[in-house]
Write a protein that binds this ligand. Structure first.
Ligand SMILES: [Zn+2]
Ligand SMILES: [Zn+2]
Length: 354
């Protein structure tokens, strides 16, 4: 089978021919039909995440091994299954939960595999991901039936959708007219706006540097927008929301955005830090106490949260961010990653098998 793999950190993807692995237990092979290209794949392509003053977080330190196949927003069909799997082979489409933990630690035993402290098996980090004809999934339990959801949109639910859903769970419930800022209107930001709207929130302030991104945010449910670049970002955010923020979900999460969000926060407000752009909080610690603030991290989401999100997407018509479908090929993998890196890609790219 063909995979589009990175043979070392920093390079372009290359087409390689590899053997299909032997399947034990309830493992399955999925023929990839739709594979989303996520911004975190750009960091994975680099091989590290920027930790500000603390240096770099290298993927090899958490078990990434090259050649590595990126891509963790996968929809596909079961083409082979281990002896203990009960799933039937065929053309039923599934969303693959990619944030697979060790299966042994306390968090994994509580179905919170994104909190796993053991040897993770995340697809596109420790295990190969979905820029490939087929992808190995260690257990059929990680397959969530797609139902009648559009497959390219469904693919994006596994990462940007799930991250958004899990972040929104960390600020809800809130009265629907309390201001909530969504900072960063790229793929995850658009989905966050869409999920907030789907759960009934009305006062959603989208913040971004790009007016095109903000136009997308308005389309999927933002009630106000703020273009970064004015002299008083905090004042602009507070004005757009009609008051200080009850919560902010920061999909950029660099030193500037996290600091602005904290200064714009009402007493008791919650900042959910999601983005991986790197930097440091620059905020008086005493104000965190005086203002009773909550600062929470969010990294992707759990398998139960993905099932809830898929049920939500089947129930409520979630607004679809702009999707650009391109052929599943090594050229398009590289073009999509470059487009994300250079900010020339508006909306989401999804690789689609022919
Ligand atoms: Zn992702
Ligand atoms: Zn674990």
């Amino acid at each position: 089978m063909k995979v589009f793999a990175h043979t070392e950190p920093g390079g372009a993807a290359q087409e390689l021919e590899v053997e299909r692995p032997a399947l034990e237990g309830s493992a399955v092979m999925i023929r990839v039909t739709n594979s989303g290209v996520c911004h975190s794949d750009v960091h994975c392509q680099d091989g590290y995440f920027d930790l500000g003053d603390a240096g770099r977080f290298e993927l090899t330190a958490v078990g990434a091994d090259y050649p590595l196949v990126l891509g963790h927003e996968i929809v596909g069909e079961v083409v082979a299954a281990g002896p203990d799997a009960s799933v039937t082979l065929g053309d039923t489409k599934y969303i693959v939960f990619p944030w697979i933990g060790c299966g042994e630690c306390q968090a994994c035993s509580e179905d919170r595999e994104n909190y796993c402290s053991g040897r993770k098996r995340n697809l596109s980090v420790q295990l190969d991901g979905g820029y490939a004809e087929e992808v190995y999934v260690p257990d059929e339990r990680y397959l969530v039936p797609l139902g009648d959801i559009d497959p390219s949109f469904g693919a994006t639910l596994a990462c940007s959708g799930l991250t958004s859903y899990s972040a929104v769970q960390k600020v809800m419930p809130l009265p629907p007219d309390e201001p909530v800022a969504v900072i960063g209107a790229g793929g995850v930001g658009l989905m966050t706006v869409a999920v907030l709207k789907a759960v009934g929130h009305r006062n959603i302030v989208a913040v971004d540097m790009s007016d095109a991104a903000l136009a997308n945010a308005s389309q999927v449910g933002a009630s106000a927008t703020v273009t970064v670049g004015g002299e008083d970002l905090v004042g602009d955010i507070v004005k757009a929301g009609g008051g200080k923020l009850a919560a902010a979900i920061d999909l950029v999460n660099n030193g500037d955005t996290s600091t602005a969000a904290l200064f714009a926060m009402a007493n008791g407000g919650t900042l959910v830090s999601v983005g991986l752009f790197g930097g440091q909080y620059r905020f008086p610690t005493a104000l965190t106490a005086f203002n009773l603030l909550n600062i929470r991290g969010n990294f992707v989401g759990s398998l139960p949260e993905l099932k809830e999100l898929v049920a939500l997407a089947q129930d409520v018509k979630l607004p679809t961010p702009p999707l650009k479908e391109v052929p599943l090929s090594v050229q398009e993998v590289n073009a999509a990653l470059d487009g994300l890196r250079n900010r020339t890609l508006n909306g989401r790219a999804v690789l689609v098998a022919s």
